[in-house]
Design a protein around this ligand. Structure first.
Ligand code: NDP
Ligand code: OAA
Length: 270
């Protein structure tokens, strides 16, 4: 595919964003302040609008020019579909859909495409913090990493929890998942990306233990990490407010994309 030539650092940074949901809209609203232009919105087939500003397209082949970055705010399926195409074209991809990497086929196809295109998949921290300490701790021996995700019942709508429990009828905390980060990420594509972030920063998808809880006693999305190892021990907890348009997703997840964009802009070459 050939793109019209551009002079990126004279013209400002350009991105294409996958999705039009709660996270994508938050990120979009912050682009002007960062002097970043969105050259296309990537939507599902059937929702294209080629003359909109920016144009809405469903295939990267229809990009009007080459963006500096594709930002995935669309979820696992969107990353699996568009991520390898962008990377193979040499375009970096920033994603919040970390749980998609629990699927070995998706992970491999992203790796292969990144190698082919010489591009990079950039994982944002998402709705959690403390990952810097976990990455450092991982250099020594780690004996245990556990992650607990606790949300009000409405935060689990549209997830596997809804199929197993009547979320409206819960009067006490219900643990609806207990197992590995890999199984959590695969079973809860919209709710266990934090489990994946913890796994990737620490001891991996198969050794990180996860509990997911619907709790009528909380109003925020509470994420806890507990780690023990050669370094000592740490416990991290965050109570994140949900985005107004989607209580499942914490505002911090969207903020982490904006923070990563600001960080990239500080670096030479973006
Ligand atoms: N790392 C983290 O901490 C977190 C990660 N996430 C991840 O971010 C994702 C987005 O969250 P959020 O914005 O709140 O979700 P929303 O449901 O509000 O929005 C999702 C958007 O993605 C679009 N979309 C889905 N699939 C595709 C596709 N194949 N091609 C193009 N667009 C697509 C949807 O379009 P349509 O309306 O047409 O379906 C919708 O606009 C979540 O699914 C989750 O995987 C979320 C929270 C935290
Ligand atoms: O936004 C959150 O609180 C966490 C979330 O949905 C996820 O881990 O996928």
């Amino acid at each position: 595919m050939g793109f019209p030539a551009r002079l990126p650092h004279l013209m400002g940074v350009t991105v294409a964003i996958i999705g039009h949901g709660a996270i994508a809209q938050y990120v979009r609203a912050k682009l002007p302040a960062l002097n970043i232009a969105e050259i296309a919105e990537i939507v599902r087939p059937g929702k294209e609008a080629p003359v909109a500003t920016p144009p809405r397209i469903s295939e990267l082949n229809d990009l009007p020019s080459r963006p500096d970055l594709v930002i995935d705010c669309g979820g696992h399926q969107a990353l699996a579909l568009h991520g390898p195409v962008a990377l193979a074209l040499g375009i970096d991809v920033m994603t919040v859909s970390l749980g998609a990497l629990a699927d070995r086929k998706i992970e491999q196809s992203l790796r292969d495409a990144a190698t082919k295109g010489g591009a990079r998949l950039r994982l944002v921290n998402g709705a959690i913090g403390g990952l810097d300490a976990l990455r450092s701790a991982q250099v020594g021996e780690i004996s245990q990493v556990s992650y607990t995700g606790r949300k009000p019942p409405k935060g689990w709508r549209g997830s596997a929890a809804e199929a197993a429990f009547d979320l409206d009828a819960i009067t006490a905390p219900v643990t609806h998942f207990s197992g590995t980060a890999r199984d959590a990420a695969l079973a809860y594509p919209k709710n266990a990306n934090v489990a994946a972030a913890v796994a990737l920063a620490g001891i991996g998808f198969d050794d990180t233990q996860v509990r997911l809880i619907a709790d009528p006693g909380v109003t925020e999305n509470i994420h806890e990490i507990a780690v023990n190892g050669a370094f000592g021990a740490f416990h991290f907890q965050i109570a994140g407010k949900g985005l107004p348009d989607n209580p499942r997703s914490s505002a911090l997840a969207a903020m982490s994309i904006v923070a990563a964009l600001a960080e990239m802009q500080k670096q030479i070459g973006f």
